[in-house]
Design a protein around this ligand. Structure first.
Ligand code: ATP
Length: 274
């Protein structure tokens, strides 16, 4: 089972500089992470260790990137899983996977000689949704296991563990998850404003041949309401249009076409879900 949890483990090389916009969220996250770094003071003052951070916000806004950057910032090993990986037909399997995930984080930290480990759980709402009337026995066990693991985190232990979870649906979460000592620090990761969209477009243009006439500011204006993930797609689609035309550089028109394409794609996705 732990192989499934391990499959999303990524080399945590990403830094906060590679995340466009999100200045408030990045600042709040760094401040929270300083609790992990300044653990000796935390212990001295008898402050409760920070065990869980919840990142909330729409899809594709960079929550996963933030968790990876957090691992880099704190020199932690990074272990990741998604809520949907814990949903199984057989009672107990999900709980076992949670146990494996925490074991995996501790083992990897020991092997790599790191003091800290960050466990990232995307789509936490899948296992941590509000409990209603005892129908969801499997989910309950999985959630209980997560709570047990988090209650067993001590600031004096090595490695120090921090769980970062992400959700698009904070209001769906069971209140047990949000209690002090669990996910008690919440950071909102919003859709980017125009300035942030320009920043993100610039980041993703980094490895692409842009024509000097391209005005990314204008593209950012056209891409109103786009997420970081959609902006990444815009850059990618524009490069594909350019390549198809057998020209050397991405022009403004390629980017505008790409915006339409990404917008249409989203629309047809939504329609096919109806
Ligand atoms: P989901 O809720 O769907 O899991 P997420 O919020 O975790 O989404 P990420 O997986 O972090 O989003 O982002 C997906 C991709 O979108 C990233 O790999 C990156 O290419 C791009 N992206 C998203 N946000 C940003 C950003 N702020 N800066 C740069 N790239 C971004």
């Amino acid at each position: 089972a732990s192989d499934r949890n391990r499959k999303k483990v990524a080399p945590a090389k990403l830094t906060f500089e590679e995340i466009g916009g999100q200045e408030n969220a990045k600042q709040e996250l760094r401040e929270a992470l300083d609790f992990l770094i300044r653990h000796e003071e935390i212990q001295k003052f008898g402050i409760r260790p920070l065990k869980g951070i919840l990142l909330t916000g729409p899809p594709g806004t960079g929550k996963t990137l933030m968790a990876k950057a957090a691992a880099h910032y704190t020199n932690s090993v990074f272990v990741a899983a998604s809520g949907s990986e814990f949903v199984e037909m057989y009672v107990g399997v999900g709980a076992g996977r949670i146990r494996d995930l925490f074991k995996d984080a501790r083992n990897r930290a020991a092997k790599e000689n790191k003091q800290n480990a960050i466990i990232f759980i995307d789509e936490i709402d899948v296992i941590g949704g509000k409990r209603e009337g005892g129908q969801q026995r499997e989910y309950d066990q999985t959630l209980n296991q997560l709570l047990t693991e988090m209650d067993g985190i001590y600031s004096s232990e090595s490695p120090r563990l921090l769980v970062i979870a992400a959700t698009n649906r904070k209001e769906m979460l069971d209140s047990a998850l949000l209690r002090p000592g669990r996910f008690d620090r919440h950071i909102q990761v919003d859709l980017p404003d125009k300035k942030a969209r320009t920043h993100i477009l610039n980041l993703h243009a980094g490895n692409k041949p842009l024509h000097p006439d391209v005005d990314l500011d204008k593209i950012a204006e056209e891409a109103y309401g786009f997420s970081g993930a959609q902006l990444e797609s815009v850059m990618n689609e524009a490069a594909i249009y350019t390549m198809r035309e057998s020209v050397d550089m991405i022009r403004q028109s390629h980017l505008s076409m790409a915006i339409d394409k990404v917008m249409m794609g989203e629309r047809s996705d939504r329609e096919s879900n109806l």
